[in-house]
Write a protein that binds this ligand. Sequence first.
Ligand code: AR6
Length: 169
Amino acid sequence: MRGIIEVYKGDITKLDCECIVNAANSSLLGGGGVDGAIHRAAGPELLRECRGLGGCATGQAKITKGYKLKAKYIIHTVGPVYFACDRPAELLTDCYRNSLELAAENGIHSIAFPGISTGVYGYPVSEAAPIAAAAVQRWLNENSGYDMKVIFVCFDDISYNLYKDIIKV
Ligand code: AR6
């Protein structure tokens, strides 16, 4: 397999892969958007585990079990708030790289990302998508001996078409 990138349109909580990534906030105690959907689908045990993690800094990532999800693991990462941050691209890159690093450390070989920061946190998807794609491609190149399938999960047609164009799949 080695490095594979796919683009998928739909609800990330329904995906049948080893790990899904949550676009969380620094408390890791849940919220709206994809974070709320993941907590609802995983069930209350997820919040219990998250309470013990002590939060997460922007650009960093923490891992939990997937509980009621098909995914065995959830990696929680905190994206930058676009207008409140003077180096959003760097921090968004960190989210993807640190999530992939943590996934590999845990022996994970398939991981699905939502559009981190592209909802409530205001990052325009037209700017965020190429940053996400470049960060993932770079990690795959640097870890070419490791089998990893990365799925970009898009929630709407605009981001789906954008990712399809960038990834050329
Ligand atoms: N599956 C896939 N993608 C989704 C889903 C879903 N079920 N639901 C939303 N999206 P957001 P952020 C897309 O706002 O911008 C939370 O309250 C959505 O269309 O969830 O990183 C946290 O607790 C968008 O493209 O995350 C934080 O406080 C993308 O997921 C804050 O929001 C991210 O949108 C994080 O904001």
